[in-house]
Design a protein around this ligand. Structure first.
Ligand code: HPA
Length: 279
């Protein structure tokens, strides 16, 4: 990859540092309908994506598109309220640009959240699932092209793309809150059409528990940077053909908003625990 991506990420990080004089160690990306957590931050400095040099601006409904640096339970965090997706027509390099900026800001632990369709019948819509592993079916990879060594190695290892230690910490926090967290495999598809029932049956055979249209490129870029990743899916609906109901984006957003309170409370309890683990 060109020298350009690194310099652009540094420039964006510098801009953010001048606007918000806090040093986040933990980054969060809030997916569809899950943006509420950012509202409760203290000493918050919200920066619309459009103001940050080179930052891609989301076109998806339900994504407000701002970076909020602030404190949660006394811990400095950088929260992305909304993300851009491959299906919006961005290149995967653009999709992962914000992750590289977070890395440039000093973030070492990244929490990625998304809305997903449930494939495993044990899942109930509106449950939360910790992503244990993924299957990339987007047919591309953000690391294609010449490698930028200052981001990371040519062939990053993905054996533990989702940190086992962070999953264990998240389960500990969930137990304390009497919150049931499933664990499973996230399949990333291109979208933007939802899957057909035949595709969902195929995904089940491949070993997927949930399906969605985001997160995986960001996880690849984060592993390239050497960040530790925690992935959380909010199961907003059962995937096509698993339930008889048709799927609508409005339903996905509504379901996200319905779990928002519980989800926000969980993230709030999780942050200080991750901060101790992030050293
Ligand atoms: N499929 C793909 N992406 C999704 C779904 C789904 O059923 N629900 C929320 N995001």
């Amino acid at each position: 990859m060109s020298r350009g991506e690194y310099d652009k990420a540094q420039e964006a990080a510098l801009f953010i540092r001048e606007r918000a004089r806090l040093e986040p160690r933990i980054g969060l990306v809030l997916g569809s309908g899950l943006g509420a957590f950012a509202e409760g931050l203290e000493e918050a400095s919200p920066i619309p994506y459009g103001e940050i040099p080179h930052f891609p601006v989301s076109t998806a409904v339900g994504h407000s598109g701002r970076l909020v640096i602030g404190r949660s339970s006394g811990v400095t965090v950088a929260v992305m309220q909304g993300r851009v997706h491959f299906y919006e027509g961005y290149t995967l390099k653009e999709v992962v640009f914000p992750i590289r900026v977070l890395g440039g800001l000093g973030v070492r632990v990244l929490v990625l959240t998304n809305a997903a369709g449930g494939i495993n019948r044990k899942l109930r819509a509106r449950g939360l699932l910790l992503i244990r592993d993924h299957i990339n079916l987007q047919g591309s990879n953000p690391l294609l092209g010449a490698n930028e060594e200052r981001f990371g190695p040519r062939f990053p290892d993905m054996t533990e793309a989702y940190s086992k230690e962070l999953i264990a910490l998240a389960q500990k926090v969930a137990r304390r809150q009497r919150l049931r967290l499933f664990e499973g495999v996230y399949a990333a598809v291109h979208g933007p059409s939802y899957e057909t029932p035949a595709e969902v049956r195929a995904l089940a055979r491949l070993g997927a528990d949930v399906v969605g249209m985001s997160t995986v490129p960001e996880v690849i870029a984060a592993n390239h940077l050497g960040l530790r990743v925690l992935g959380i899916s909010c199961v907003t609906n059962m995937a096509a053909g698993i339930s008889k109901q048709k799927i609508s984006h409005d339903e996905v957003l509504e379901a996200g908003e319905r779990v928002a309170k519980q989800f926000t409370a969980f993230l709030r309890a999780l942050i200080p625990v991750l901060a101790r683990g992030a050293r």
